[in-house]
Design a protein around this ligand. Structure first.
Ligand code: ADP
Ligand code: 5GP
Length: 219
């Protein structure tokens, strides 16, 4: 059996990663395995242990680090997040394309360990839309929203490390695009989505950076 490929999907908080992955899994789930991370953050309403995340105490998380059970982990806005190793290996061997929905520090560690990994960065069409999605989700306090918008600016400085930039404007189109980028990467038809390469979108990225900077200053 042909091994699956490893895909990292990162993006600003509120860009729509969770929404895209949910839809991708429900529509094209036979091709994919979505890794479930461990985290020390509290569950949001509706989130379930073992479905969105494994919700752990700091002690439990640190014990996983000690036992070398994580492929990578990082701290993000004062909580730990990490990818359990066993599931990723098992699913790749079963021929599934494994998606890690993780932030940038973790993404770079994965690329270092597994250079073939496809790195995708997902963004909203503008900083204003990003903030309005974060606010509209209604799951974070104003302080956390502000911290996540500042973090978004910092993350924007690392977008050039990614292979693809995916703008989540129309959700259905975005899910189709994410699916097709992964399928074409698997068959090595990597030229098909040249327009979505980070290198083809530098102007958009620079503009987003400027907008995020003004938002993180509280404008
Ligand atoms: P992330 O996982 O990247 O933090 P979410 O998937 O939680 O983001 O999405 C943030 C908010 O934006 C949610 O309320 C979601 O319903 C909304 N959203 C996601 N994609 C779109 C889209 N294409 N257009 C408009 N709203 C969207
Ligand atoms: P949230 O709290 O919004 O669910 O996630 C916050 C950030 O942590 C997001 O950028 C998400 O992609 C990232 N994240 C989730 N799981 C992991 C993980 O296992 N490792 C790393 N490095 N980041 C993660």
């Amino acid at each position: 059996m042909q091994k699956g490929i490893l895909v990292v999907a990162s993006g600003f908080s509120g860009a729509g990663k969770g929404t895209i992955m949910k839809k991708l899994m429900s529509e094209k789930g036979e091709n994919y395995a979505l890794s479930i991370s461990a985290t020390t953050r509290a569950p949001r309403p509706g989130e379930e242990h073992g479905r969105e995340y494994f919700f752990l105490t700091t002690e439990e998380f640190e014990a996983m680090i000690e036992r070398d059970e994580l492929v990578e982990y990082a701290k993000y806005v004062s909580n730990y997040y990490g990818t359990p190793k066993a599931y990723v290996e098992e699913q790749l061997n079963a021929g599934k394309n494994v998606i890690l929905e993780i932030e940038i520090q973790g993404a770079l560690k994965i690329k270092e360990k597994f250079p073939e990994t496809v790195l995708m960065f997902i963004t909203a069409p503008s900083a204003e839309e990003l903030k309005s999605r974060l606010v509209g989700r209604g799951t974070e306090s104003q302080d956390v929203i502000d911290a996540r918008m500042s973090r978004a600016y910092e993350e924007s400085l690392g977008v050039e490390n990614y292979d693809y930039l995916v703008i989540n404007d129309d959700l259905d189109a975005c899910v189709e695009l994410v699916n097709d980028i992964i399928l074409k990467e698997r068959t090595k038809e990597t030229e098909v989505h040249a327009d979505n390469r980070v290198s083809a979108n530098i102007e958009f990225i620079n503009n987003m950076r400027k907008e995020l900077l003004s938002f993180s200053k509280g404008v």
